[in-house]
Design a protein around this ligand. Structure first.
Ligand SMILES: CSCC[C@H](NC=O)C(=O)O
Length: 136
């Protein structure tokens, strides 16, 4: 079910804990909340809906895809860019990497290792930062 986006900086600053197969409702809520916000968001992390678990959802084309316990295990070239965040006003300068390799579990908790590039890679980096309590 769609949830409200929270703006509580103290909660957002806390690193999230690993998610497990008990968190399927939270995974579905995050995907539903991203689907309800595609006019203003391209990704969400679970702590943005008040759930301190390592779950993110990323908009890839028309699909809102969950990545569970995402871990960036390799990074390409660094670049600077401006980014916004639903939990914060305005845009800020950020450092990102042009391609990343990510280990994550899908909604069936199957493990994947996958390379992402360009804008999708940027969104994943932003959301993994949220899992670590890091805001832009
Ligand atoms: C380009 S990365 C920006 C990601 C941001 N989502 C918030 O966690 C958003 O604007 O959807």
């Amino acid at each position: 079910m769609k949830q409200e986006i929270i703006h509580d900086q103290a909660f957002l600053a806390k690193p999230s804990v690993p998610a497990s197969a008990d968190d399927t409702d939270q995974v579905n809520d995050l995907v539903d909340t991203l689907k309800a916000n595609t006019d203003k968001a391209v990704g969400l992390a679970a702590n943005m809906i008040g759930v301190n678990k390592r779950i993110i959802a990323v908009q890839i084309g028309i699909m809102s895809i969950p990545l569970i316990n995402p871990e960036i295990i390799n990074k390409g070239e660094e670049y600077s860019t401006m980014e916004g965040c639903l939990s914060l006003p305005g845009e800020r300068k950020t450092t990102r990497y042009n391609h990343i390799t990510v280990r994550y579990q899908d909604s069936n908790f199957k493990m994947h290792t996958q390379e992402f590039t360009e804008f999708v890679a940027q969104i994943i980096q932003h959301e993994v930062d949220h899992c670590n309590g890091i805001l832009i």
